[in-house]
Design a protein around this ligand. Structure first.
Ligand code: 9PG
Length: 795
């Protein structure tokens, strides 16, 4: 039994015994050669490392099976080595381009051991996992080779950040991994994964993508879930010999005699960089693996944080609530969410302060009484060092191996502490908190924040649970107590941990009324901060993580700020934020003093509701941390169109174009477009659409359709979709009848139509419509809609 293999049309896998080295080859040139697994652990006698060799391994299964990822060819081996039983599983999916594998460990000895790490992939000169005990001068042999193409080109690495706020984006060999200069003052990133400092040396969490930008292909490596262990990657870019390591963190958990641990499934996907949705197979497999069910609508509402911060008051909430209730026909907000700041000083969550004289339950009921959904912020796992909770329950605080409270960063409070979520009293406290918020006070939308504080590195009450298992368990309990019909938003949450629990997930840093990060008005020192509140950092993550939306959960890009005062954002920057957040299709929570918005900004907001359906495709998301073109395909009764945008990240105005072929539009002789911000429509003879001069940090939005001889709705200022107001479309010989409007809404604005000939009559619900020809067969109509109307056109 020297060689074993698995075949699909996407991969060939070869495993060599007894060395345990394996190869994975995909048509098109992708090769992972001579790689090995590895496990590092400690026993009472000292560190041990299994280097992946498979002497004496027996094959216990080889053949076809059907699982959550469809049919697979799989191979299972078992090997016992000094009382440790290793189980290895490899599988190639037959219908999707995925290769899966995982490692299990069963302790058949009479003593416990603690687990450092399980290496799933170690390839290239620097791909080797750490030995359990670092020996001075110990040489680490290179392990195999990783090739994306026989003649390597320009490499990049896409790094998924550890938690909601973490940097996510792609970087090249001249870049360094972004790191905060504020050190442990900010929150610790996955505290077990150091951020490398040299150029071309990166880490990622859960998954990452190595790609060859020249040859347009890449390799995704990662885990399908984060239920058993947090997973990390380290990638060093070197043109001829990149290195990649993928490992599961053991967190020094105790594996008692008779106990076992199996890693989450590791996964490799071959990536075509030019595909419209290049990592869809992986993202979809993660959703299936975690049994994600998307049952709730996209959250739309108001949040107190970015206007009132910790000064939020009942009066402020009530004034915004009153506005939201009155404005329903123009701006139908649904949720009113109270953020951090309602708590009494020194008290735990849920006890309100003197700015909330009526208390939270009464506030929630007045929100419900106005027909809106009450929402509340809670940070169940973090506390201040001298809080009442910390003083009363010192045993609830997670401590390091030296007995000191573990550092949760100076984020929520100076020197914040994290709770030990495996402690039975912390579990009971958390459940009680959720029970009171939902079932006593009546909140139906919970923003659960600073969740990373539950997985700091330390010694837990239950030392047999990894950090990922501990978080998974408490999040599931939270869902059980809250019930299925409460919307749960995760925030500051390790990205894989909320899968299957949260309806929505924050996927980026906090927003602020600044483009670049600044602190008390100065960008000095703060501008490069990768996770400090700013529009720039928000947009970067929204674009990088757009593929998770409506697969893993509803993406929460953080709040929309449309205010015209009390902001350092230019109108162009606000339009960029509005447009990208809308195109992302994610949660839309506005966080301004609503009654203070001027007419224009109210109008911008009203165009965004209801939120757009579909999933934004971002060109070059896997290749850059500042991707500029994106597209959201749309369909409706009036056909198909493509909402396309070009974002100018530069500090100066710039001429920009939209490459319609790259954005997935079909071939055509010419294209017709609308530009709702610029209030114009036109035709482009070229598939490279001239988007004109885009202001610094501005965006060009164009709804584009191939030009045909049929009448067409080109766009409007009524809704950002540029066509969702069209509810019916019936073409006669020389006429058109269209249903237009948004249910329950009053809207007024311009629409652009292309007609085969000059119109003879145009009527809305029988009344004449004002229109004018704007050239190239396009007419601009002034429409005033209340609910649904009937537009009739004859030519
Ligand atoms: C309330 C806020 C808002 C916000 C959350 C979260 O690293 N930090 O210091 C840091 C502080 C606050 C923060 C994120 C990071 O914001 O994202 O929407 O709810 O808490 O305190």
């Amino acid at each position: 039994m020297p060689n074993l293999g698995l075949e699909s049309r996407f991969f060939s896998f070869y495993l060599r015994l007894p060395e345990g080295r394996w190869d994975l080859i995909a048509p098109g040139g992708l090769r992972v050669e001579e790689t090995r697994l590895g496990v590092s652990l400690r026993t009472a006698q000292g560190g041990l490392r299994w280097d992946g060799a498979l002497e004496g391994a027996e094959v216990i299964h080889q053949g076809r099976e059907i699982g959550v990822h469809g049919p697979v060819e799989s191979l299972r081996l078992r090997m016992v080595n000094e009382g440790l039983a290793f189980s290895l599983e490899f599988a190639v999916c037959l219908e999707v381009p995925l290769f899966l594998w995982r490692v299990g460990l069963l302790n058949e000895t009479a003593t416990g051991f603690s687990l450092d790490s399980v290496d799933l992939l170690q390839v290239g000169p620097h791909g080797q996992g750490e030995p359990p005990v670092r020996r001075r001068g110990a040489t680490r042999a290179p392990l195999g080779a990783l090739r994306l193409h026989p003649d390597p080109g320009d490499l990049a690495f896409f790094s998924n950040g550890f938690q909601s706020w973490s940097f996510t984006g792609a970087l090249g060999s001249r870049n360094r991994m972004p790191r905060t200069r504020l050190g442990p003052i900010l929150w610790p990133e996955n505290p077990d994964t150091a951020v490398p400092r040299s150029r071309g040396d990166f880490v990622a969490h859960m998954f990452g993508v190595l790609s060859d930008r020249g040859h347009r292909r890449g390799l995704l490596a990662g885990f399908l879930s984060q239920r058993q262990a947090f997973g990390s990657l380290r990638c060093r870019l070197a043109r001829y010999s990149p290195s990649l390591r993928l490992w599961a963190h053991g967190d020094q958990v105790e594996i008692l005699p008779g106990a076992a641990i199996t890693t989450d499934w590791a996964c490799i996907q071959a990536v075509d960089l030019d595909a419209p949705d290049p990592i869809a197979p992986y993202l979809q497999a993660v959703a299936s693996e975690n049994d994600v069910r998307l049952t709730r609508p996209v959250p739309v509402g108001w949040c107190s944080w970015y206007k009132y911060a910790r000064q939020v008051s009942q009066a402020a909430v009530e004034s915004n609530l009153a506005w939201a209730a009155d404005q329903q026909a123009a701006i139908p907000l649904e949720i009113v969410q109270v953020d951090d700041g309602y708590q009494a000083a020194e008290a735990e969550m849920l006890e309100s302060n003197e700015r909330f004289p009526a208390g939270l339950a009464s506030l929630a009921s007045s929100i419900r009484a106005r027909g809106l959904t009450p929402g509340l912020w809670l940070a169940p796992f973090i506390t201040g060092p001298r809080s009442a909770l910390a003083r009363r329950h010192p045993a609830w605080l997670l401590r390091t191996r030296h007995g000191l409270p573990a550092n949760a960063g100076s984020t929520w409070a100076p020197l914040s502490r994290g709770l030990d979520v495996t402690h039975p009293e912390v579990i009971a406290y958390t459940q009680e908190l959720i029970r009171r918020a939902v079932h006593d006070a009546g909140f139906r939308y919970l923003k659960l924040d600073f969740l990373y504080a539950g997985i700091l590195v330390g010694r837990r009450h239950d030392p047999t649970l990894t950090r990922a298992q501990a978080l998974e368990a408490i999040l599931r309990r939270i869902r059980d107590v809250a019930g299925e019909d409460v919307t749960l938003l995760g925030c500051g949450c390790p990205m894989g941990s909320g899968l299957g629990v949260f309806d929505a997930m924050r996927i980026g840093t906090d927003v602020s009324a600044e483009w670049h990060p600044a602190y008390f008005g100065t960008q000095v020192l703060f501008k490069p901060e990768p996770t400090f509140p700013s529009v720039r950092n928000v947009l970067r993550n929204v674009l990088a993580r757009s593929g998770m939306h409506r697969r893993w959960w509803i993406n929460d890009p953080d709040c929309l700020l449309v205010r015209q005062e009390d902001t350092r954002l230019t109108p162009a920057e606000v339009q960029t934020l509005v447009t990208v957040l809308a195109l992302s299709g994610g949660s839309l929570l506005v966080s301004d003093d609503m009654p203070a918005l001027d007419e224009e900004r109210r109008e911008w907001l009203s165009r965004l509701l209801p939120p757009l359906e579909g999933r934004l495709q971002v060109v070059e998301a896997l290749e850059s941390d500042r991707p500029s073109s994106m597209v959201l395909p749309q369909t409706g009764p009036a056909g198909e169109w493509w909402l396309s945008a070009a974002l100018n990240w530069d500090e100066a105005p710039r001429a920009m174009t939209l490459d319609l072929r790259r954005l997935g539009l079909p071939e055509a002789d010419s294209y017709r477009w609308s530009d709702p911000w610029g209030r114009q429509a036109g035709v482009s003879p070229s598939a490279v659409l001239d988007a004109g001069i885009v202001p610094a940090h501005g965006i060009a939005l164009r709804a584009v359709r191939p030009a045909t001889a049929e009448p067409a709705w080109l766009g409007d200022t009524l809704h950002i979709s540029q066509g969702a107001v069209v509810t019916a479309w019936e073409r006669g010989a020389r006429s058109l009848t269209a249903g237009v409007g948004l249910v329950g809404r009053r809207r007024e604005g311009t629409a652009w139509l292309w007609l085969p000939a000059k119109p003879l009559r145009m009527a809305l619900d029988g009344a004449p419509v004002t229109w004018r020809a704007v050239g190239a067969g396009i007419v601009a109509l002034e429409l005033r809609l209340a609910g649904s109307s009937r537009l009739e056109v004859e030519w």
